[in-house]
Ligand binder design. Structure first.
Ligand code: KIV
Length: 273
């Protein structure tokens, strides 16, 4: 039985997300990449669904998010949008689709909105991508920021370790967070940073912060669905809480099916025409 607290079937919008922070209501977000899972988590009452470029890892099997293309992100976001009636659908802008040129960034964002029916885009980075974010916002496209560990920069960081532990990086993150709010982002993902820093940013901003590995002081939380459902058994970071062991359930069910086929138990009389 679901334990979610909302019976509210009203469509979630960016302004409702901001209002949730204002009244102190925590925001729950998960990733999804396909119709069936998006429909299930939407029916369970999730507030926002992120079509993350983590699809590169959990759907495609790549080591990083960098190979994901704009066409692939649009395809996954179309699949998700088809399954969702309540949650706000946010689509990641993939590596290379917004960094170099703000006009190219706007074109990429417009394609996502037109072709996938996502309702907002998410962009990694601060001051260095400000112009791209401003141009996208000026076209009426809501943008969610993403600071801290930004996986598209893995080749610069060299590691997926906690970010902004040093004062200089923490100060840049705070300045970037203020700037993202000021130019009009509706929310901000904070990934893998010290909990004290995330709390400080969350207390200062009026737009909601959505944490992943950033502690309980954030206004909401996001997890990769495959990780929290236990479908991705090899991934065990400290911040991850597993809510199910679907990996084992799938292995057991498939093993059972194989046995039934091999022994001739499946199909039986009632399962044939
Ligand atoms: O791609 C993704 O799933 C993300 C979340 C981890 C925030 O960006």
């Amino acid at each position: 039985m679901s334990t979610n607290t909302t019976d509210d079937k009203k469509k979630v919008t960016t302004s409702r997300i901001i209002a949730m922070k204002a009244r102190g209501e925590k925001i729950a977000m998960l990733t999804a990449y396909d119709y069936t899972m998006a429909k299930l988590i939407d029916e369970a009452g999730i507030d926002m669904i992120l079509v993350g470029d983590s699809a590169s890892n959990v759907m495609v099997g790549n080591a990083t998010t960098l190979p994901m293309t704009l066409d692939q992100m649009i395809y996954h976001a179309q699949c998700v949008s088809n399954g969702v009636s309540r949650a706000l659908v946010v689509c990641d802008m993939p590596f290379g689709s917004y960094q170099g040129d703000s006009i190219e960034a706007l074109r990429s964002a417009v394609r996502i909105m037109k072709e996938s029916r996502a309702e907002a885009v998410k962009i990694e980075g601060g001051e260095e991508v400000r112009e791209s974010i401003e141009r996208i916002l000026s076209a009426g496209i809501p943008v969610m920021g993403h600071l801290g560990l930004t996986p598209q920069s893995i080749n610069k960081f060299g590691t997926y370790a906690v970010r902004a532990k040093q004062e200089a990086e923490a100060q840049k993150l705070i300045a970037d967070a203020r700037m993202l709010q000021e130019i009009g982002c509706f929310a901000l993902v904070l990934e893998k940073i010290p909990a004290d820093l995330a709390r400080r940013v969350s207390e200062e901003l009026t737009i909601p912060t959505i944490g992943i590995g950033a502690g309980g002081g954030c206004d909401g939380q996001v997890l990769v669905m495959h990780d929290m459902l236990g479908l991705n058994k090899g991934f065990t970071p400290k911040f991850l809480r597993r809510y199910a062991d679907l990996g084992t359930a799938v292995n057991d069910a498939v093993g059972h099916y194989i046995d039934d086929v091999k022994t001739g138990d499946f199909p039986n009389e009632s399962e044939q025409y």
